[in-house]
Design a protein around this ligand. Structure first.
Ligand SMILES: Cc1cc2nc3c(=O)[nH]c(=O)nc-3n(C[C@H](O)[C@H](O)[C@H](O)COP(=O)(O)O)c2cc1C
Length: 202
C-alpha cells in the first residue's frame, strides 16, 4: 500500500501490435494526464510486452522473465488504464491475452486486482465496436475484482481522430482522455486499502 507521501503508481496496458496504434496513442494521452496530477505512470504497450499465449497448464515458475515482470508490474500498480483496439466487435486478442495472465495473481494476499481502479479506453474504425470492446473490458474488470472508472472512453472512427503522428485532431477526445487520467488518480486515492482483503472469487 502506498504511503501518504508516495505517488500512486498507474500502470497503462494495451495498444495494438501496429506501429501507429491509435489505442496506444489514446493510452499515452490519458497516462500523461494522470502523471500531471503527480502520479507515477508506467506504460506496458502490447507490442513491447511480447507475451506468449496464456496457458492455464503453465505454473508461475515456468513463465519467462518478461511475463513475470508483467505480473509484478500488475501487482505493484495502485490503478490501471487499459486500452484496446476493437477487433471483430470486441477486445483485441493481444490485450485480452495480457489480461488473462492476471489469473496468476488469483492466490495473492490481494487477489487479482482487488479494489484497484481501472480506466478504460477503446478505439475502433467504425461506430459501434469501441463501445462493445469497452463493455467487454468492464466485464473483465469486474471478473478480476477491479473497479471500472465510470468515465468510459470509447473512440469511434479513430482514423479521423488522430493524425499520422498521433496528434489528436478532435478536442473532445483529448479532453475525455485527460479527464479519464485525472479520474483514475482521484478514485485510486480514495480506494487505497485499509486492510488485507478476504480471498473470495467472483
Ligand atoms: C483484425 C481487425 C478487426 C477489426 N474489427 C473491427 C470491428 O469489428 N469494428 C470496427 O469498428 N473496427 C474494426 N477494426 C478497426 C480497428 O478497430 C481500428 O482500426 C482501430 O483504430 C485499431 O486500433 P489501433 O490503431 O490501436 O491498431 C478492426 C481492425 C482489425 C485489424
Amino acid at each position: 500500500m502506498p504511503s501518504q507521501n508516495k505517488p500512486l503508481h498507474i500502470l497503462g496496458i494495451g495498444g495494438s501490435m501496429k506501429a501507429n496504434s491509435t489505442s496506444l496513442w489514446a493510452l499515452e494521452r490519458a497516462l500523461k494526464a494522470a502523471q500531471a496530477t503527480g502520479a507515477m505512470t508506467e506504460l506496458l504497450a502490447s507490442r513491447d510486452l511480447n507475451l506468449p499465449i496464456y496457458s492455464p497448464s503453465q505454473s508461475f515458475t515456468e513463465l519467462d522473465t518478461n511475463t513475470k515482470r508483467f505480473l509484478n508490474a500488475v501487482r505493484k500498480a495502485d490503478a490501471f488504464i487499459w486500452s484496446t483496439p476493437a477487433y471483430h466487435g470486441t477486445i483485441a486478442g493481444v490485450v485480452k491475452n495480457a489480461l488473462d495472465f492476471i489469473e496468476f495473481l488469483s492466490d495473492d494476499p490481494r487477489p487479482y486486482i482487488h479494489n484497484k481502479v481501472v480506466g478504460l479506453i477503446a478505439t475502433a474504425g467504425g461506430d459501434l465496436a469501441a463501445v462493445n470492446a469497452i463493455n467487454a473490458m468492464v466485464h473483465v474488470t469486474h471478473a478480476i475484482r477491479g473497479i471500472p472508472a465510470p468515465l468510459l472512453v470509447a473512440i469511434p472512427q479513430a482514423w479521423k481522430v488522430f493524425d499520422k503522428q498521433g496528434k489528436i485532431l478532435e478536442e473532445k477526445w483529448a479532453g475525455r482522455l485527460d479527464q479519464l487520467g485525472q479520474l483514475v488518480v482521484e478514485m485510486a486515492t480514495k480506494f487505497q486499502p485499509a486492510e488485507e482483503p478476504q480471498k473470495t472469487r467472483s
